[in-house]
Ligand binder design. Structure first.
Ligand code: NAP
Length: 246
């Protein structure tokens, strides 16, 4: 099988390993946003396709048999593009999306919001020193509502925008332990996060629960309509094997 794996996540790297071991021809595609990405096994291509038309052309030119969209739960544009390109090109598509954190026991106590603007507004009313773990690309939505708050911002790569003088920038990449997060969150009084799910960045939620720190969580938009969803690399591999058997 010639599989295009839209990647940028731990699950995508795990799936690449499984499929390469099965003998599939796997190309993982990365957006190229992270300066030093963790690379998967198999072939890698980096950079956007050029919208739906570019992706459609890629599928045809490379005779792709199946696409697994294993991008981050909040990488919404590429997921929509994959759905729009695969349908007309008759290329089977599955969405690999790890479960979110909504099943956690403490999830009912969090402030769930629909987008980053609402997250910023809610956080502004909950504390003076928010810990922002929303990703570099969303930060601009927080600047105005939280300009006068002493935010601690954690990102993998430095943001392109200027941050307010009262903010502190921390550059680091998970996975994070409980001990690490206890230090990282010292002095902060509200946690802001997306519902990314997974274990690599979950310890911050345990520390918030330990300390009774309020948590603001941006909900996921969910997979595009009509696209089947699997929750882990093993199920995505089974989906590919089922396509191969047809
Ligand atoms: P996005 O808003 O969905 O995508 C924006 C554009 O980036 C897409 O239209 C596409 O350009 C290009 N793109 C995105 N993912 C791509 C991929 N895997 N291969 C080739 N092109 C890709 O995505 P994003 O939020 O900027 O995220 C970019 C990448 O970072 C994703 O692959 C995602 O898995 C990873 N990531 C995102 C987050 C997050 O919170 N958003 C967190 C961790 C990792 P064209 O239209 O030109 O094809």
């Amino acid at each position: 099988m010639r599989v295009l794996l839209l990647g940028g996540t731990r699950e995508a790297r795990a799936l690449a390993e499984l499929l390469v071991a099965d003998g599939d021809h796997v190309v993982t595609s990365l957006a190229g946003r992270v300066a030093r990405p963790r690379l998967p096994v198999g072939e890698v291509r980096i950079g956007g396709f050029g919208g739906v038309d570019g992706l459609t052309a890629y599928l045809v030119e490379n005779a792709v048999d199946a696409v697994v969209d294993a991008t981050h739960p909040f990488a919404e544009r590429i997921s929509a593009n994959a759905a729009a390109a695969c349908g007309p090109a008759s290329v089977p598509l599955v969405r690999l999306e790890r479960p979110g954190w909504a099943e956690r026991e403490d999830a009912g106590t969090w402030h769930w919001v629909d987008d980053h603007d609402e997250a910023a507004r809610v956080a502004a009313g909950l504390g003076e020193r928010p810990f922002l773990t929303v990703g570099r690309q969303s930060l601009h939505r927080f600047v105005e509502p939280l300009r006068d708050h002493a935010c601690v911002v954690r990102v993998v790569d430095p943001p392109e925008i200027a941050l307010p003088g009262a903010w502190t920038l921390v550059q680091s990449r998970g996975p994070y332990t409980l001990e690490h997060e206890r230090d990282a969150m010292a002095g902060t009084d509200v946690l802001v996060t997306k519902d990314s799910g997974g274990t690599h960045t979950e310890a911050k939620l345990d520390v918030a629960a330990e300390r009774g720190t309020p948590v603001v969580v941006v909900r996921r938009a969910g997979a595009p309509a009509g696209v089947s969803v699997v929750r882990d690399a093993a199920d995505a591999r089974a989906w590919v094997r089922a396509r191969a058997a047809r």
